[in-house]
Design a protein around this ligand. Structure first.
Ligand SMILES: C[S@@+](CC[C@H](N)C(=O)[O-])C[C@H]1O[C@@H](n2cnc3c(N)ncnc32)[C@H](O)[C@@H]1O
Length: 189
């Protein structure tokens, strides 16, 4: 409980310092994170990649589901939040990277993600950054991989549909505000 309050404060502080980069005043709820991860098969993934890890609410749940020999690469652009993640999770499967999602390719060692989890605030990004990051997503994903996206509006759906033949949408009420979840696949099945 105490950690949750401290995390909320850290998150709010990051938002006040850089509102367009953080894009929300509260971390995602654990229930919404679970709803999102249920849309993919994390236990069978060899490589999971997380974009915009924040205070780690998704990181912790991904690690809880991840196999013993799998890897999680978590990108977070805010140095204070990246440091928090590094200190919080002492897990050899996790690599925390303090860098922009734009540079994702440089951190995957030529591998592609089986599950790619994005909590980036696309609608508050400028158009150029949004396009650069969205264009990278299909390339970073393994052929049978799944991209999971959490957003607070459906505005990004059209952009996802332009890049992925299969886009499944779900709304989770277990978050403030209720969140739109997307599971995107290269194949149509
Ligand atoms: C809406 S918050 C989500 C945080 C956390 N995953 C959660 O669900 O509570 C977006 C996060 O993305 C990070 N971020 C924003 N732009 C980024 C970028 N270009 N590359 C990597 N992380 C970025 C922010 O610092 C922030 O922590």
């Amino acid at each position: 409980m105490r950690e949750t309050l401290t995390d909320r404060f850290r998150f709010l502080r990051a938002f006040v310092a850089n509102p367009r980069q953080v894009g929300a005043i509260l971390p995602t709820s654990r229930w919404a994170v679970r709803d999102m991860l249920d849309l993919a098969d994390v236990p069978r993934a060899d490589l999971v990649v997380e974009l915009g890890a924040g205070t780690g609410v998704q990181t912790g749940e991904i690690l809880a589901r991840l196999g013993p020999n799998a890897r999680l690469v978590s990108l977070e652009i805010d140095p204070d939040l990246a440091k928090l993640l590094d200190e919080r999770y002492d897990d050899p499967r996790l690599q925390v990277v303090c860098d922009s999602a734009e540079n994702l390719d440089a951190h995957l060692g030529g591998k592609r993600a089986d599950v790619l989890v994005s909590a980036l605030p696309y609608t508050s990004f400028d158009a150029g950054l949004r396009r650069r990051v969205l264009d990278l997503l299909p390339v970073a994903l393994a052929p049978q991989g799944v991209l999971l996206v959490i957003q607070y509006s459906p505005l990004i759906r059209r952009e996802l549909r332009r890049r992925f033949p299969s886009v499944q949408q779900k709304i989770t009420p277990w978050n403030v505000p209720p969140a739109f979840l997307y599971a995107c696949r290269a194949g149509t099945s």
